[in-house]
Design a protein around this ligand. Structure first.
Ligand SMILES: [Zn+2]
Length: 325
């Protein structure tokens, strides 16, 4: 089918969002997830400040027919119970097979693992590609803490991340995913993704407005402006509480077909810059002894809260460390 002749694309939308802490002994069951289906997915996402909200607002503006399937999200916690993940995947696959959309637009975190599969998003996208076929368009907006894998890139046409931490630009990321999908559908964009992986985790320096990540994002913007045909450069700072093969920072340059040489050069340059800056990614945290000495010296002046960053519940840890106690 010639995509350029389609009168009004039909785009399926879905969201599965979970950052899975691979070292937590507690799996994440179904009842930890907020799940909505059908039109509730659209009403909840519109104006929600999420990537899916951005996807939907841009597709609404383009007059596209939206086909909502489901939205499932939970705060960071242990690995997702595999059968629950499979049930979500089957629900989306069944909708694709039943309605044969022209495209699928997804918000995924990108660092979700199940009790069986370390790369849940790669598995999901691979099966979605098989279901929609080679002519269907798949666009994905990820968190920049995704564990980006080759499987995710191979299966999708558009696969990009938000650019800021704190994540203040997720709506813009969603809008860009939607615009990318529409451009692929009308034939004006034929994207090719170039991936460079750097074998390092970030123990600190994770914010993008300061420090080494600000420099790297400035560099990415400069390279995007220079490298011919560049459509997007996403820098991934993988969620560090995972234990999967191929873990590390990732640079993905998405460019128009025919400009892979300059994309490869830009991605390599950014990868080398990550590596050169590896010693700058540190947070200067107090040891427990230093923190307790500080509290003792200032006793009675103010309340103190001691947080154990190695057992960080905001990142999905179980919060059961007794080290400070
Ligand atoms: Zn994140």
């Amino acid at each position: 089918m010639n995509r350029a002749t389609l009168p009004q694309p039909r785009v399926m939308v879905a969201r599965i969002f979970h950052e899975s802490h691979g070292f937590s002994p507690l799996p994440t069951p179904q009842d930890c997830f907020l799940v909505s289906r059908g039109d509730a997915v659209l009403s909840e996402a519109r104006g929600s400040g999420t990537t899916l909200g951005g996807i939907i607002s841009a597709l609404d503006a383009a007059g596209v027919e939206l086909m909502p399937v489901l939205s499932a999200s939970a705060p960071p916690s242990g690995l997702v119970e595999h059968d629950f993940y499979l049930s979500l995947k089957q629900e989306i696959l069944a909708a694709v097979k039943a309605h044969a959309p022209d495209a699928i637009a997804l918000e995924l975190h990108g660092a979700m693992g199940t009790t069986v599969l370390p790369d849940a998003e790669g598995d999901l996208l691979r099966d979605l590609r098989l279901a929609i076929g080679p002519d269907g368009v798949i666009g994905v907006g990820l968190d920049l803490h995704a564990h980006l894998t080759e499987a995710m890139l191979v299966a999708s046409d558009i696969c990009i991340a938000c650019k800021e931490n704190p994540h203040s630009d997720v709506v813009a990321c969603g809008e860009k995913v939607a615009r990318g999908i529409l451009s692929v559908l009308d034939g004006s964009l034929r994207p090719v993704s170039t991936l460079v992986k750097i074998p390092m985790l970030l123990p600190g320096g994770n914010e993008t407005a300061t420090g080494p990540l600000r420099d790297l994002h400035d560099m990415a913007r400069g390279l995007a402006a220079q490298a011919a045909g560049t459509w997007d450069i996403s820098l991934y700072n993988v969620f560090r509480f995972l234990d999967d093969a191929g873990m590390g920072q990732a640079v993905v340059v998405t460019s128009a077909e025919g400009t892979e040489m300059s994309a490869r050069a830009a991605a390599s340059e950014l990868g080398e810059a990550f590596w050169r800056k590896r010693s700058e990614f540190v947070d200067h945290l107090m040891s427990i002894d230093e923190a307790l000495d500080h509290v003792a010296e200032h006793a009675g002046t103010t309340p103190y809260v001691l947080a154990d960053m190695g057992d960080r519940v905001l990142a999905g840890a179980p919060g059961d460390s007794t080290a400070i106690l």
